[in-house]
Design a protein around this ligand. Structure first.
Ligand code: NAD
Ligand code: AKB
Length: 312
């Protein structure tokens, strides 16, 4: 990777990934793009372009003009927003992936595409969900992610495109807010803890999901792209995780830093049913074996770091 184009650069992941890529590969080498204009920090630190990733012609032009040899494809609609507007989720998630893969095939680019724990469904083993198992998700988001993993595999096996990806768990970060997922509670809880000392959670007590702190997610994205291709068997769908959290366990950890912090529950049935269909824990042994994946942050270290930054 020398010259990189990032789609969906203004989102929760892109707002962390783009600065890291610019630090590693040089500011001018990383073209940030999004369907909307972004804040000055992103736009002034390197090249930026408004780009609808579902438009194959526009993506092709941008890749050609930037002389990109790698695309980090982050533009997508997440799980909760996807259940509100399934056709939009299909259009954006599949339309943009097809556009990016075709451009990558024509212009010889490597492609990173994040998949998700959303690929699993109620028929998948819950604890742990293995690397290779039954995947029959019930959300349109999950369906696009399974289809996306398979399409990326297809472009690799049939056209030799260097496609790679990971199945991210819920990602926790400060800065750009999450884009409308089922795991957003694990970000919201920190902001409410600092601002109000209490949080009303939209998932029920006892709902356990995999999570990861954003610095680890950024390392995973870059790590899989820099991995020795000869060692990769799976390529597009590596389970990666760092911790398993329930709302009450994270609240207890936050309480160590915010005395008296309280949590209560007002369950949203849509997001609860999505969470209930996802595993309690995924097994990331394959990523550890094939490219040396290992997270730096557990729940204790992540909570301390989040609160240090949010309290200023
Ligand atoms: P996000 O919703 O925060 O950001 C998505 C970005 O894409 C936004 O800036 C939005 O403006 C942009 N976008 C939407 N439609 C677009 C289009 N047509 N063309 C160009 N840009 C468009 O999402 P995120 O959390 O940064 O997620 C990025 C990727 O990682 C997605 O594929 C998501 O499924 C995956 N993922 C995220 C998480 C997580 O917890 N954040 C977990 C698993 C997988
Ligand atoms: C979501 O909740 O939709 C995302 C994800 C885990 O894919 N955070």
């Amino acid at each position: 990777m020398n010259r990189i184009l990032v789609t969906g650069a203004g989102g929760q992941i892109g707002s962390w990934l783009v600065p890291k890529l610019r630090e590693l590969y040089g500011g001018p080498a990383v073209l940030a793009t999004d369907i909307r204009t972004l804040d000055a920090e992103m736009v002034e630190a390197g090249p930026f372009q408004v780009l609808d990733a579902t438009d194959p012609h526009a993506v092709g032009q941008a890749v050609m003009r930037h002389h990109a040899d790698a695309i980090f494809h982050l533009a997508a609609i997440l799980s909760a927003v996807g259940e509100r507007d399934p056709r939009l989720a299909w259009h954006v998630n599949m339309g943009s992936l097809e556009a990016v893969l075709e451009v990558a095939r024509e212009q010889s680019c490597a492609v990173f595409t994040p998949s998700s724990i959303g690929v699993f469904g109620p028929d998948s083993p819950k604890n742990p969900a293995p690397q290779d198992t039954v995947m029959r998700p019930r959300t349109v988001y999950g369906i696009t992610k399974v289809a996306g993993e398979l399409l990326c595999d297809y472009y690799h096996s049939h056209y030799g495109v260097d496609t790679r990806g990971v199945r991210f768990p819920g990602l926790i970060s400060y800065g750009a807010p999450p884009g409308g997922g089922t795991t957003d509670w694990a970000v919201d809880i920190f902001y409410k803890a600092v601002e109000q000392g209490r949080y009303t959670c939209f998932l029920a007590e006892g709902t356990q999901l995999d999570m990861m702190y954003m610095p680890d997610a950024v390392r995973a994205a870059i790590g899989v792209m820099e991995a020795d291709p000869d060692r990769l068997v799976h390529r597009n769908a590596f389970n990666v995780t760092a911790m398993q959290l329930t709302p009450e366990a994270l609240a207890a950890e936050i309480r160590k830093h915010v005395p008296g912090f309280e949590i209560d529950y007002d369950v949203d049935p849509v997001r609860q049913s999505i969470a209930d269909s996802w595993p309690d824990r995924i097994d990331d042994t394959t990523a550890r074996q094939e490219w040396g994946w290992k997270p730096d942050f557990d729940a204790v270290a992540m909570t301390a770091d989040m609160l240090t930054h949010l309290k200023g």
